[in-house]
Design a protein around this ligand. Structure first.
Ligand SMILES: *Cc1c(COP(=O)(O)O)cnc(C)c1O
Length: 351
């Protein structure tokens, strides 16, 4: 038998931010500022850790078919919507593609953006159709609606990764009125913005909103995300999902995390304060952001060069070179702890 993998995985796939970390480890700095992956720099609050540890005692058993307590907690938190939980929002995205897209069908994606939509859709045999954002990274809604003609599912991220800008709920409503397919609206960073897209669920049955506990609730390593589904998708989603995708521990931690509103607000305020300071203090073009990171234009230098230069100084940021449809002179910088952010500002201004 020939040992071969499918062509879409021969060379490409998800791009991890690892190179800079290797360089930073060799920088001789005692502490490395890790600002590449939009993680919460703080460990989860004690009540969340306690809930996770308690849940560990039960891991000899499979989780329940549905993480009922978590779904109930989500309804308490957000209101009476239909929810699906998965192994990170990424897990939900994968299930949704499986559920809605036939191999060969088109899947529009507003680019530049988070790469996993394309990776997952391509892996499913779909044809990814990039719809390039304008120079200011706003979405060309007419072009996106045209690309959605005949497409079962499309992806739009707001606040967008890696650009940080937002598409307003009003614009999303207009887009939903003009398309037949389902829009996956990625709200991974919505907790850091002032916008609320949830009311759109009441008026539109072709909208899925993706959310994650990886960022605001500091659970990136546990892999837990969820989505708001229109009613007609709730039951089919259950049939399509990976069995037991949400671990007992992740479900318990997520449920506890939803009760930590004050803690989350503290991190949100930290992010919002530093977002403004980055704009004021970094002597380069910093784009306005609704997320826990900012995009920095480092022209005429190149993304990888600046990423490497900062890594040598003990600061790991994300080079944006691998984002399709984005020019090669941007880096993405997450908001970290005070000392990390202070070092970033100091070092980037010395470049
Ligand atoms: C981090 C991120 C996710 C993934 O979230 P997980 O729940 O950790 O899988 C999804 N979308 C965007 C835009 C992200 O940046």
């Amino acid at each position: 038998m020939r040992r071969s993998v499918r062509r879409c995985y021969e060379e490409t796939g998800y791009v991890y931010a690892t190179g800079a970390m290797e360089i930073a480890r060799r920088s001789g700095k005692e502490r490395i500022a890790r600002l590449a992956s939009n993680e919460n720099p703080f460990p989860p609050p004690p009540a969340v850790l306690d809930a996770a540890i308690l849940a560990l005692r039960g891991v000899n058993r499979y989780p329940a078919e549905e993480p009922r307590a978590l779904l109930e907690a989500l309804r308490k938190f957000h209101g009476e919507y239909h929810f699906a939980a998965g192994a990170g929002m990424d897990g939900v995205i994968e299930t949704l593609i499986r559920l809605l897209v036939e191999p060969g069908q088109r899947v529009p994606v507003a680019t530049p953006t988070f790469s996993f939509y394309g990776v997952a859709a391509t892996g499913h045999g779909a044809e990814v159709v990039p719809v390039q954002r304008r120079a200011d990274f706003s979405v060309d809604l007419e072009a996106f609606a045209r690309a959605m003609e005949g497409a079962p599912l499309g992806f739009l991220c707001s606040p967008n990764n890696p650009t940080g800008n937002e598409t307003t709920p009003r614009e999303i409503a207009r887009l939903l009125d003009g398309i037949d397919g389902v829009l996956f609206l990625d709200n991974a960073y919505v907790d850091f913005s002032d916008l609320d897209y949830r009311p759109l669920m009441e008026e539109h049955d072709n909208l899925v909103i993706g959310r994650t506990l990886s960022k605001i609730y500091a659970l990136a390593g546990l892999r837990i995300g969820y989505a708001f589904l229109p009613g007609w998708l709730a039951e089919p989603y259950r049939r399509a999902q990976t069995p037991f995708a949400v671990s007992t521990v992740a479900a318990a931690a997520a449920e506890a995390a939803l009760g930590e509103g004050e803690w989350a607000k503290g991190y949100r305020d930290h992010v919002r304060g530093w977002r403004e300071r980055f704009v004021r203090e970094i002597r380069l073009r910093v784009y306005p952001s609704g997320a826990n990171f900012v995009l920095v234009d480092i022209a005429p230098r190149l993304s990888d060069d600046v990423m490497e230069a900062l890594a040598h100084r003990g600061v790991v940021v994300r080079s944006c070179r691998s984002f399709p449809d984005l020019e090669d002179h941007y880096i993405r910088v997450s908001i970290g702890e005070d000392w990390e952010n202070e070092r970033l500002v100091r070092e980037i201004n010395l470049l």
